[in-house]
Write a protein that binds this ligand. Sequence first.
Ligand code: 6PG
Length: 471
Amino acid sequence: MAQADIGLIGLGVMGENLALNIADNGYKVAVYNRTASKVDEFLANAGDLAPNVMGDGDLAKFVSMLKAPRSVIIMVKAGDPVDHVIAELRPLLEKGDVIIDAGNANYHDTVRRFSELDGTGIGYLGIGVSGGEEGARHGPSIMVGGSPKEWQNAEEVLKAISAKFNGEPCCDYLGTGGAGHFVKTIHNGIEYADMQMIAEVYGVMRDGLGMSPAECAEVFREWNQGPLDSYLIEITSHVLDAVDEKTGKPLVEVIVDQAGQKGTGRWSAIEALSLGVSATTIEGAVAARSISAMREERIAGEKLYGAAPKGKAKVDLKTLEQALLAGKIAAYAQGFAVMAKASEENGWNLPLDRIAKIWRAGCIIRSRLLDQMSQAFSHGTAANLLTQPDFVEMMKDSHGALRQVVADCAMAELPAPCLGSALAYFDAYRQGRGTTNLTQGQRDFFGAHGFKRFDEEGDFHHEWPSLVAPQ
Ligand code: 6PG
């Protein structure tokens, strides 16, 4: 008999925890997984939540457990697996039912899936879910895209399972089509930049200042009491504090210096480039992961050029903290600028203030600064974060520190691609007279692309000398 309020397909770590979260909030949830034994395991381990969970390893039986109109969350690996699940599910669903893709989908796929379901009467929502395993279980941040009608139907349960910031659910409807997955992609791009800048600062502490992991951990713990207060800074201190059971060494020194990437950071950079918006901190972070993966080449490079000298940094810890703050503001300014432009191009009308609001708890980039950002954007969403009064003050106070740290890294031969990009972005953003007048001259020279003049309206071309040698 149909009795479940909602269904969930995909009992990976995220799906399993999301299902328990739904059950914990008093909803009856039915689960399905391609490997049927996973369903049995899940049901057997549901403990106190057993009365609210049910499921089957047969898809048709799973669907028959759902109350109509049916809502089915898909939490499988992004890409082809989502299409396979939709293809199998479609014949079993009816008009009015809704599929909710909660994975890290590429938003272009989400847009395509909307159009493929168009006219079938089956609704679709693309939702970005952030917060990792713990967030999925106890309250993630949820970024919703799709039609307002589907949102109305799913709103109650999605808000119930989301994280709360001062009682406010960190779940909101952001726009039509792929808006939710686009915002999640940019969330992850910012996450990459945030993490990379923290890693660069750790590099200064470790190689430039000769600090031990435990000493670094202590500094991050202190910073977490100030303006940098955030989940990522908090977990950094725990990662640096952990001791490897096998060797007794700090765990961070046993972990290989090669970072993986599943794609969302790269997509963020690609979207920014396609939209013509500068997101150099995100690009820098993606590139840093790529170069981290080339470990053998890096080791060979160190042999060729010699290792960077140790203990050459001169900055103090206060300066490092301020530099990280300035870098972080620049990265968020870029991320929000990408969303503002995408909103314009796609007619989404993305509410930047509400995006900042639902990122204040539950998600990986949650931080004290996001509360200030939500207030800043509530005065109007068009402008860059760097123009918002509170942030102008913060940047005025901290860009000098960023400058010092980037210069120090350069002289100490320590790579700081993300902090360096943040500084270059800031300096370019506040440079009233740039240098692309020269670029325009060059373009006109070789391609007659034309240029504009300060003193006259219109497009101009100059008769440049020919460089072809006379015959
Ligand atoms: C989140 C995380 C989550 C996941 C990333 C990791 O918001 O909960 O961002 O989505 O951990 O996919 O991405 P990488 O594997 O690319 O680092």
